[in-house]
Design a binder for this molecule. Structure first.
Ligand code: GUN
Ligand code: ZN
Length: 484
């Protein structure tokens, strides 16, 4: 399975990876977006996607090609790469999305997999069943069984040349998503799309989307490459990458452009509402919004901007992973839209899972909001406290020069980390940049650190010397802790 994917730098569950795609003879750097190419209408030619925007992989729909009187014979004769004229890797979808939209499709799993092989797809997809979010559990379970049979059948089509994806379904039921992830990883297939999240994203249910991804990842484990099926809005790339998604497929750049929508990393604007462009891509640098609106190629220009902004965000995310600042980036994206804040909070509710792949040391931790108190680094620090050996007594003081009259050991106490032994005070994450005007969550988390130190070291006499902690934080401290 995963010799084709290698993850190098990590941040949270996010990583920079290399996906080797044998038939195309290319290695794709992840995270990345696969622009969706509609073989019938394409305002930006695939070659330009590669040469101007840097797309290393794209995705198209084999079901549309299979059903097309114009293109079916051509693609069988010429092959997909020549037909589209694209030098990188090409993934194909199977018609499952049409199945979800229209209730039926006129090919079998085996037929469409065979067709994908014949046209020279690099990564084929079986006909999974995208069970929508609000389905009954029983429906989700029985449809998942069908999906699982289709993945097993798809394993027969996998070869040295053609990779095969294994979509993970299970609606919004975490135990089904987890079981689906575990099963998919066991099939020996190559790339793992988390499916049926489009309805969640269309309704801005980013919190639930992250729960679904976390459950699927829990079953898949951290090693394999994960694709978030149908995700193409740049506002959510950083969040999804931090949750462990490596590939996105964007039709949004084209679909939004069709009705005058302009993508930004904070959301979507209507071209007609803009007086200024908040972007310096070639389109925005060379035109005013009015000029784009009155242009005879408005749709192409908007698609181009949408792609520039999307690939720009991907590069920013990769740099953030390298610099160890991905969670700060997610945090700033979470400030762009309330639904993104839900997504970020959901992500942090899985801090335990993120912590497993989060590097022990990064550049300075920036405390930016109450959410920062719930980051995996804080959780790890609290765990670490449990394992430390303590003297008979310790003074925890805001400032370690606090009380030289005390002969006992003095540790600093710093929200949101809580107690910090001297040997850790200059290291990540305890050397964090923290604002002077802290929120209640930082103090409460700090108090939890103190409480967990106390509960794991019942024989140590702990004294706490702090000023200005709110009642809600002090209430977390056990009775056994003396306060001065
Ligand atoms: N495109 C968007 N969502 C899905 C999905 O769940 N499965 C497949 N095959 N394609 C999709
Ligand atoms: Zn632009």
């Amino acid at each position: 399975m995963s010799e084709i994917f290698e993850a190098r730098d990590w941040d949270g569950a996010g990583r920079i990876g290399r996906l080797s795609v044998p038939r195309a003879g290319v290695t794709v750097e992840t995270p990345t977006i696969m622009p969706v190419v509609n073989p019938h209408i394409q305002t930006i030619p695939p070659r330009a996607l590669a040469e101007r925007f840097g797309a290393e992989i794209l995705i198209t729909n084999s079901y549309i090609l299979h059903g097309s009187e114009d293109l079916r014979e051509d693609v069988l004769d010429q092959g997909l790469h020549d037909l589209l004229d694209f030098p990188g890797a090409i993934m194909t979808d199977s018609g499952s999305f049409q199945l979800a939209e229209y209730g039926e499709i006129d090919v079998t799993n085996e037929e469409i997999l065979n067709f994908q092989r014949e046209i020279g797809s690099d990564i084929a997809t079986p006909v999974d069943i995208p069970t929508p979010p609000d389905a009954e559990r029983e429906t989700a379970k029985s449809e998942l069984e069908t999906t699982q049979e289709r993945l097993e059948a798809a394993a027969e089509f996998r070869s040295e040349e053609m990779l095969v994806s294994a979509p993970v379904q299970g609606s919004v039921y975490p135990e089904l998503r987890e079981a689906a992830g575990e099963h998919a990883a066991g099939t020996g297939l190559d790339v793992f799309p988390v499916g049926a999240v489009v309805p969640l994203m269309n309704e801005y249910r980013y919190g639930e989307m992250i729960d679904v991804v976390a459950a699927a990842k829990c079953g898949l484990g951290p090693a394999p490459p994960v694709h978030l099926f149908g995700a193409g809005h740049p506002m959510m790339f950083a969040l999804a990458v931090a949750a462990g998604c490596d590939l996105f497929d964007s039709a949004a750049y084209a679909i939004y452009a069709r009705d005058g929508r302009y993508l930004t990393v904070r959301g979507t604007e209507h071209l007609s509402d803009l007086d200024y462009f908040p972007c310096s891509c070639p389109v925005c640098a060379e035109h005013t919004p009015k000029e784009v609106e009155n242009h005879d190629e408005t749709e192409r220009l908007l698609s181009e901007h949408n792609l520039y902004i999307s690939f720009g965000e991907i590069r920013r995310i990769k740099q953030a992973i390298r610099s160890g600042t991905l969670l700060e980036l997610v945090e700033s994206r979470a400030r762009g839209h309330p639904a993104m804040l839900d997504g970020y909070r959901a992500l942090l509710s899985h801090a335990e899972q993120l912590e497993r792949t989060d590097p022990a040391s990064k550049s300075t931790f920036f405390y930016l909001s109450g959410e920062s108190a719930h980051r995996p680094e804080v959780l790890r620090h609290h765990r670490r406290l449990e394992r430390l050996s303590l003297p008979e007594s310790v003074l925890l003081a805001t400032n370690s020069t606090h009380s030289s009259v005390h002969t006992e050991e003095i540790w600093t106490v710093r929200p949101p980390f809580g107690p910090i032994p001297p040997e850790l005070s200059e290291t990540y994450p305890a050397n964090a940049e923290i604002p002077d005007r802290l929120d209640t969550e930082a103090y409460e988390m700090g108090a939890r650190g103190v409480a967990s130190l106390a509960s794991t070291h019942p024989d140590c006499e702990i004294t706490l010397a702090v000023e200005g902690w709110p009642e809600s934080a002090l209430a977390i401290l056990p009775e056994s802790i003396a306060r001065i």
